[in-house]
Each structure stands twice: as C-alpha cells, then as structure tokens.
Design a binder for this molecule. Structure first.
Ligand code: NAP
Length: 457
C-alpha cells in the first residue's frame, strides 16, 4: 500500500511512498535499541561531531527540501526560507553548540562532608511524531535535540510530508551517522499508533490536542515520558494606545502567514472598543495588499491550506460564525479560479463566544474579532479558551504589558510583535496546548533521565 502525495495548490499528484509495515516498524525500533548505548557512549562531543556532518548535508539539500515542502503543503516560497528553512538551521546549530553547556552535570547540594551531583543521561529510544505545517523546522525541533542528548530516534512525519520525510532520510543515509540512530517510518495516524505501542522509552509528539490526548493515554499505560506540543488559540489584545503599524505587521505574520497554519498563532483578536474601527480599517487595508495564489510564485503572500480537508473544516467554522451573526469585513470564501484548498484571508467582526471560530482552534487564515472596555474584560476574554500556547499584547505602556502578561494563561507572550521564538527560549503551552517544553536548557532536560550521585568530599 502507498501514500499518495497531493500538491494542494494544483490538486495534482506529486509522488507516492510505501506505507511501513508493522514488521518494518518493529525492526526499526529494535535497531534503535541495539545502537542506543553506543550512541550515548560517544558523549555530547562525539555526537556533536557526527551531527555537524549531518548539518552540513542538510545545508546542501535545503533548497530541494524547501521546494518539495511547498509542493507538499503549500507554504509560499516567499516565506519558507525565513519561516521554515533558515529557522530550522538556526535551531539545529544552536542545539549542537549549546548541548555541552546545557547537559553538563550540576551540583544540587553541598556541605562540609558530601556532594550531590545531577547528571543528565539519555532516556533511550524516542518515538518522534510530527505534523506538516513546518516540514523542515518541526523535524529539527523534535529530532535534533533528542539525538544530541543521546537518544536514538524513530521518526514519523505527517502523511502530507512523506516526500520531505524521504528526503530527510536520504540525507541521514548519506551521512556518517551509525545505522539505527535515526530511522523513519511512513504512513498516517495508524502507523504512528503502531510506533507508540512499540517498546519505546519516550514519545515526542507535535500535533492536535485530540491526538495528543490519545498519545498521553498510551504513554501513561506504558509509564514512559510523553512530551506534547499541541494546538493553540492565541489571544491578541489590542489596547487603546497600540501602534497600528506594529499591530498590522504582527497580525499578518502571526495569523495569515502560512495560511494561518501556525500552532501558536494569534487566533482571536480582542480590541479596545474605542479603536475597533481603526483596527478594522488597518487590517482590511493590510489584507487588501496581500496576494493569494501559486505558492511557488515568489510574489505571492498567501498560498493554499495544506489540503482540501483543512479548507473544508475552516469553511464550516466560518459558516457557523455567519449563521450566528458574524460579519465578514474581508474574505470569507474560497477564491474563484484557484484550487479548492485555497481560502481568502478573512476578518470577522460581531463575533460572539458561542461561535466555533472562538471556541475551537482555527487552523487557517481567518481572524475573529471581539471588543472590550476594561482591562479585566480583555484578560477574561483572552483566557476564555481550553488552549494556552501563544499570547499577544499591543500597548506602548510597558507596565501594563507586564501586568497583563502575568495574568495570561499561555506559555509564551509577545509584546508589540516582539519574537519569543529563539532556540534558547522554552517553547510550549499551558492547559490543553501540551505537556513539557522544547528548546533551551529546559528542552534538553525534558529529553533526559536525571541521576543524582551523592559522594563524600
Ligand atoms: P494531527 O492530526 O494530530 O497529526 C499530527 C501527527 O500525528 C501526524 O504525523 C499524524 O499522522 C499523527 N497521528 C495521527 N493520529 C495518530 C495516532 N493515533 N497515533 C500516533 N500518531 C498519530 O495534527 P495535524 O493536523 O497534522 O497538525 C495540526 C495540529 O498540530 C494543530 O492543532 C496545531 O496547532 C498543532 N501543532 C502544534 C505545534 C506546537 O508546537 N504546539 C506545532 C505545530 C502544530 P498523519 O497526519 O500522517 O495521519
């Protein structure tokens, strides 16, 4: 049986790949076990040397990976270098450069006679499962820290990205990495499900909250560590004193870039009543200046969603909002003359909290907007969600930003569009947006077993 890869921009087939059999998956997990101790015994420096060679090869194949990613899931070529490829390389390099410092033993207790030292040891075989929205970067985020930390990895990319997955595997195959340290399996959720039921020591999962809950339950049954990076419905609060240029730029980047398919994106806009009209006009004007179309065309700002299935789900959420009284300020439908996977960048006003666009994660270029009068009301609206990944504030009042940031139940907060995405900063969420954090020292430690050794002085 094969998986067929479809280009969402043209609705045409771009290739196909064999689905991994249960025997194949079992064999790869077995190989990952048999080589794990020798991989760990190389130490951080030894592993880094091997992975430097892998990094060099990825840099050589980067353009090829980018083109295939755009064909597979529709990210515009105008964005992919910045958002996926360069970002992936930056995180790859950071994890190699900072592993030694992040994983070095630490003294946790000391007195006149004794010393306690904490060692960060590898956990074992990691099952790593990724979504499709950043085909290269997400692979780097999840796989590279595991490998540097001394875990071996069996990786499953999303079925939308199997061809990118094949390319990733061929880059590893041409490197000096020992056989079995990194391997890949191919297929949909059922293949991922077989993997997590195998004899593994850790699951690193990025994807939806629904599947994340299932993964957590399998991990609980096995009593193994599970890291979950899940969905989000990031609030963006725009206070009366906000700088409109900063609002427009950050809203485009965090809501409409990658056709709104960003987990920690700004998905609900909460605007002070007195400036609602000004914000609406600013955003409509900004969106009118953006071009929707063929993602391989460098002048295009917004491509298709990753599949027709995603666009249909988005349309259903928009239809629900319209039926309950929302008003379309711009967009609102599939554009004429393009494949069924496209959806116009959309801004909705008159939104109420009973609408699906408010209650559910909206994974597409649609932004619902509500208004507030008091700071307390804005905070309550922002926290009115089961998610807690990204959060966005727009105000020139630093003190206000600090107070409001402390009251938002999200793992990351951006003030006036400032980036929180840095490899040294922890990434992850509160509530149903996940468990654990990726990146930085914290991210490394999540992948390790901690061992305390008590010695005499
Ligand atoms: P998804 O449906 O949960 O799929 C994610 C991955 O899990 C895919 O590889 C999928 O396989 C696999 N999978 C599905 N069912 C499985 C099962 N029963 N056992 C094991 N694996 C299974 O999510 P998606 O639609 O691809 O991605 C979008 C979601 O990911 C959004 O909610 C987004 O917010 C979230 N996300 C979160 C982050 C973060 O860092 N917090 C980052 C990116 C995306 P197939 O797709 O091949 O069937």
């Amino acid at each position: 049986m094969n998986i067929i890869s479809i280009n969402p921009a043209t609705n045409s087939i771009i290739g196909e790949t064999n689905i991994s059999s249960p025997e194949d998956i079992h064999q790869k997990v077995g190989e990952a076990h048999s080589v794990q101790e020798s991989w760990a015994s190389l130490g951080v420096k030894g592993r880094k040397n091997v992975l430097m060679d892998v990094l060099r090869l990825f840099k050589e194949h980067l353009e090829e990976i980018g083109v295939l990613s755009t064909q597979s899931m529709g990210m515009p070529s105008s964005l992919r270098n910045n958002l996926d490829l360069d970002a992936g390389i930056e995180y790859f390099e950071w994890h190699l450069e900072n592993a030694l410092e992040s994983l070095k033993p630490e003294i946790s207790f000391e007195d006149s006679t004794s010393l306690n030292t904490v060692f960060y040891e590898p956990t074992g075989v990691a099952a790593v499962i990724s979504p499709w929205n950043f085909p290269f970067c997400t692979f780097v985020w999840q796989v590279i820290p595991n490998l540097v930390a001394g875990n071996t990895v069996v990786f499953k990319h999303a079925q939308e990205c199997v061809l990118v997955g094949k390319l990733i595997e061929s880059v590893f195959s041409s490197s000096k990495i020992p056989q079995g340290v990194f391997s890949e399996i191919y297929g949909g959720g059922e293949v991922g499900d077989i993997l997590i039921h195998e004899d593994i020591d850790l699951i690193s999962f990025t994807g939806s909250t629904t599947v994340g809950k299932h993964i957590a339950s399998v991990g609980a049954e096995k009593l193994i560590k599970v890291l979950l990076e899940l969905g989000g419905s990031g609030p963006g609060i725009v206070f009366e004193d906000a700088d409109m240029d900063k609002v427009a730029e950050a809203v485009f980047f965090n809501r409409y870039a990658n056709s709104g398919q960003i987990c920690d994106g700004l998905k609900r806009l909460i605007v002070h009543k007195n400036i609602a009209e000004k914000v609406e006009q600013t955003l409509v004007k900004m969106l009118q200046s953006k071009k929707v179309g063929d993602p391989q065309d460098i002048s295009i700002d917004i491509g298709p969603l990753s599949s027709i299935k995603q666009t249909d789900a988005l349309k259903e959420q928009v239809d629900d909002a319209i039926s309950k009284g929302a008003q379309i300020l711009i967009g609102g439908k599939k554009p004429a003359g393009l494949s069924e996977a496209f959806f116009e960048p959309t801004l909705l006003s008159n939104v109420t909290t009973d609408m699906k666009v408010w209650q559910e994660e909206v994974f597409g270029p649609v932004l619902p907007m509500v208004t507030f009068e008091s700071e307390e009301e804005a905070i309550n609206l922002a926290n009115d969600t089961v998610y807690g990944l990204g959060g966005y504030l727009f105000t020139e009042d630093k003190e206000k930003a600090e107070v409001v940031a402390s009251k938002l139940k999200t793992g990351m907060i951006s003030v006036n569009g400032t980036l929180y995405l840095h490899p040294s900063s922890p990434f992850g969420g509160y509530k149903k947006s996940g468990l654990g954090r990726e990146h930085g020292k914290n991210g490394f430690h999540e992948l390790c077993q901690l061992k305390v050794v008590a010695t005499e002085k």
